[in-house]
Design a protein around this ligand. Structure first.
Ligand SMILES: [Mg+2]
Length: 331
């Protein structure tokens, strides 16, 4: 069945780390009856990494596949990015899909509603102060700070290699002294507000919002990301999704089930998914969709509490959907 998926030399050539044979198991996983949720990172996953975020453009072919997938009723798409949510929406520019920005601190749902993770008010002012400090002390030799609203990113991709470690260390010190969490990314350090929220929790929130509390039973999920911040999602979805880490390295530690060597191979995988979804018919369902080892995990309660690392007495910006974030809500 489905021999056409892995019959061409073209696909074999690109997918050095995802052989045709191995993709067969994902076709089986997606099956013929379940909706598919595609959770995709942007930079380094859909768009090749560029010297400046503005230059990381999604290839037209990738955008077209996503556009077509977004029109399929049984395919749900969420872009889960470290970028500001408006910025990532602008870069992808497809209507009717979900956008999560700032690692999920802000989520734009397809119906126009927006989730904003609550933030201690003091950090609104602290972001501005930290921005000034970073600009004054470490923005030199090609390094610069990107203001993403709720968080800041210190970029040093264009800094000469021998100067990077020093600047990086100094930036981490400033970030931590200001009460933020410093997270390492590709040639960048992110200053995040100290809230226990990440791409993993955001992904589960998105799936729950879209598919209900029994989401893990109702859908199939594919998560693709290239960065350390995506590992939180790969961990959170372990056993409940097909997870892919985009990396050309065989030694990068990952919780993902499989590596994809490049953004090109992500495109190829998306094409395979499209082909499968657009051709499948319910009648073709063999009734033996592998029940991955998910059933047990899916029954475990998933922590959805909004917990602030350093509790602040004043909380503002309650999310629109605060009800769904009651402490220790099961699943
Ligand atoms: Mg990325």
């Amino acid at each position: 069945m489905h021999k056409h998926f892995w019959g061409t030399f073209h696909y074999r050539k690109i997918l050095s780390n995802l052989s045709a044979k191995s993709f067969q198991s994902y076709i089986w996983y997606i099956g013929n009856t379940h909706k598919l949720a595609l959770l995709l990172d942007y930079d380094g996953t859909l768009a090749p990494i560029a010297p400046h975020p503005d230059l990381a453009i999604i290839p037209a072919e990738t955008k077209n596949v996503l556009q077509r997938l977004s029109n399929l009723s049984d395919c749900y798409i969420a872009i889960v990015s470290g970028r500001n949510v408006n910025n990532v929406k602008q870069m992808v520019d497809i209507e009717g899909i979900t956008y999560a920005g700032n690692h999920g601190l802000e989520i734009l749902h397809p119906d126009g509603t927006k989730f904003v993770h609550p933030m201690p008010t003091e950090f609104h002012d602290k972001v501005g102060e930290l921005m000034r400090q970073l600009q004054e002390k470490v923005c030199r030799d090609g390094a610069w700070v990107e203001n993403k609203g709720a968080l800041l990113t210190f970029h040093f991709r264009e800094t000469p290699i021998h100067l990077r470690a020093g600047l990086e260390k100094q930036a981490v010190t400033l970030i931590e002294a200001a009460g933020f969490l410093a997270a390492h990314a590709h040639c960048a350090i992110e200053a995040r507000p100290p809230v226990q929220w990440n791409k993993g929790r955001a992904s589960i929130y998105i799936l729950r919002t879209a598919f209900g509390v029994d989401w893990s039973e109702r859908i199939r999920i594919i998560y693709v990301g290239d960065d350390a911040t995506d590992e939180d999602a790969m961990q959170a979805l372990k056993g409940m999704a097909a997870t892919f880490r985009v990396t050309s390295s065989d030694i990068t530690k990952t919780a993902a089930e499989r590596r994809l060597p490049s953004t090109d191979s992500v495109l190829t995988m998306l094409k395979w998914v499209e082909r499968h979804l657009s051709r499948r018919k319910p009648s073709m369902d063999p009734g033996r969709i592998p029940r991955r080892n998910s059933s047990q995990l899916a029954k475990q309660p998933i922590q959805m509490s909004v917990s602030i690392v350093q509790a602040s007495p004043s909380m503002t910006d309650r999310p629109h959907s605060a009800n769904s974030l009651s402490p220790n809500h099961p699943n």
